[in-house]
Design a protein around this ligand. Structure first.
Ligand code: UDP
Length: 368
C-alpha cells in the first residue's frame, strides 16, 4: 500500500458522492485512491446479478431527475431504460394508487373529479393550515382517511416513532395530483440503468485505484498519510467518535426470497401501509429491468433501529434535535484542513441520487 502522500486525493466511500468525485478528479489529472469498508462498490445502490435478475440488495433505487445536465452526465455511465414507477399500496386485499392522485381519491373518497376530490380533502382536512409535523401535513394534504389508510402506519413503521414527532418535509417528498396520473415522481427523466447500478460504479471508477473491504477509521493514522486531501463520505458522527453523541439513522433489514414463479406481484414495488404487516414494502426486482425467467426474486423491507457499529446507517432522521447535533459536527468538520465531507451520511441529509451526484459535481469544482 502507498505512503508519503502518494495520492492527491483519498476518497473514503465508493457510493455516488465518492465515485463521482473520483471520476472528475481523475479526469482532471489527479491521482485518487478510493477505499470502502464494504466488500462492494456503489454503497446502498449496489445491485447483484442473480441468474440475470439485478437485485437491489440494499433497497430499491429508482433514478429520477429534472436536471438535464445531470441526466446527460449519468447517461455517460449507463444506458437507462424507460421504467416509470407507478406506486401501489396494498391494505388487506385492497390495492390503492400512489402517489396521491385521482385514482387514490376515487378509491378512498369516491371522488369522480378534481372538484370532488378537493372538497373531500377539505372536509377531512380538519382545518389545518399551518402543519407542525408529518401527521398534520399529511391530513392537510390528503385528509384523515387517506392519512390513516396509506400514511400513518407506513410512516410509523418506517421511522419508528409517532408521525406527530416527525418533520413534515418527509411526506412532502410525495407528489399530490388532481389528475389520473400515478407516476410516483414529478421529474422529467426517470429510469433504471440497464444491467444494474453496479455497472455505473464500475464505469465511474474505471482507471481509478479502488480498495474494498478496507476500513478508514481502523487505519486512520496510516490513511491520513497517503494523500494531500481526503474526501470522507461516511457518517460524520462516527468520524468524530460520537463526540457530541450519536446522530439518529434508520436502517432496513432485507429478507430476500426466490420463488418459482415467472411474475409474483405484477409490479416492482408494492407498499404495505397496514399496521399489522411488519415490512413496509415488497420489491420484485425483475420488474425494474424485465428479464424473462421462470423464477423471480422478491425482497421484503423491514425498517429497524440503527445501532452504531452493528448495522448500516441508511436514512438520516432530520428532526430539529438531530439537525442541531449535526451542525456541531459540521463545525468540527469545517475546521479541518485538507479534509472535506460530502454525501448523504457525511452531510446528514435525505438526499436522492441525483442530488448527491449534483452535490459531488459542484463540490469538485471548488477543488479544481
Ligand atoms: N409514505 C407513506 N406511505 C407510503 C409511501 C410513503 O406514508 O406508502 C411516506 C413515509 O413517511 C415515507 C415518506 O412518505 O417515509 C417518503 O417515501 P419515499 O417513497 O420517498 O421513501 P424512500 O423511497 O426514500 O424510502
Amino acid at each position: 500500500m502507498a505512503n508519503n502522500m502518494e495520492y492527491d486525493y483519498l476518497i473514503v466511500g465508493a457510493g455516488f458522492f465518492g465515485s463521482v468525485c473520483a471520476r472528475e478528479l481523475t479526469d482532471s489529472g489527479k491521482k485518487c485512491l478510493v477505499i470502502d469498508r464494504r466488500s462492494h462498490l456503489g454503497g446502498n445502490c449496489y445491485t447483484s446479478n442473480k441468474g440475470g435478475i439485478h437485485v437491489h440488495e440494499f433497497g430499491c433505487h429508482i433514478f429520477h431527475t429534472s436536471n438535464e445536465e445531470l441526466w446527460a452526465y449519468v447517461n455517460r455511465f449507463a444506458e437507462f431504460n424507460n421504467f416509470k414507477y407507478h406506486g401501489v399500496a396494498r391494505v388487506d386485499n385492497e390495492f390503492y394508487s400512489l402517489p396521491f392522485n385521482m385514482w387514490t381519491f376515487q378509491q378512498v373518497y369516491g371522488s369522480r373529479n378534481p372538484v370532488e376530490a378537493r372538497e373531500a380533502i377539505r372536509n377531512h382536512g380538519e382545518g389545518i393550515e399551518e402543519p407542525r409535523n408529518l401527521e398534520e401535513q399529511a391530513i392537510m394534504m390528503v385528509g384523515r382517511p387517506v392519512y390513516e389508510k396509506l400514511i400513518k402506519w407506513y410512516t410509523e413503521k418506517q421511522w419508528g416513532r409517532p408521525a406527530t414527532e416527525l418533520p413534515k418535509e418527509i411526506i412532502q417528498r410525495l407528489p399530490i395530483r388532481f389528475t389520473f396520473d400515478s407516476n410516483y415522481f414529478n421529474d422529467v427523466y426517470q429510469g433504471i440503468p440497464i444491467g444494474g447500478y453496479t455497472s455505473i460504479f464500475d464505469k465511474l471508477l474505471s482507471g481509478v485505484e479502488v480498495k474494498t473491504s478496507v476500513d478508514y477509521k481502523a487505519n486512520k493514522a496510516f490513511f491520513d498519510g497517503v494523500a494531500k486531501h481526503t474526501i470522507y463520505t461516511g457518517a460524520i458522527d462516527e468520524f468524530f467518535d460520537y463526540k457530541y453523541g450519536e446522530l439518529e439513522y434508520k436502517t432496513t433489514r432485507f429478507f430476500h426470497k426466490m420463488m418459482d414463479t415467472r411474475d409474483a406481484q405484477g409490479a416492482a414495488v408494492i407498499n404495505y401501509p397496514s399496521r399489522d404487516v411488519e415490512y413496509t414494502r415488497i420489491i420484485e426486482h425483475k420488474h425494474f429491468d424485465w428479464v424473462e425467467t421462470d423464477f423471480t426474486i422478491l425482497t421484503q423491507e423491514y425498517p429497524e433501529r440503527y445501532v452504531a457499529g452493528k448495522t448500516e446507517p441508511y436514512y438520516p432522521v432530520n428532526d430539529a434535535q438531530n439537525n442541531a447535533k449535526y451542525l456541531l459536527y459540521k463545525e468540527l468538520a469545517d475546521g479541518l484542513h485538507n479534509m472535506s465531507f460530502g454525501g448523504r451520511l457525511a452531510e446528514y441529509k435525505y438526499y436522492d441520487m441525483d442530488d448527491v451526484i449534483g452535490s459531488a459535481l459542484n463540490f469538485v469544482k471548488t477543488l479544481k
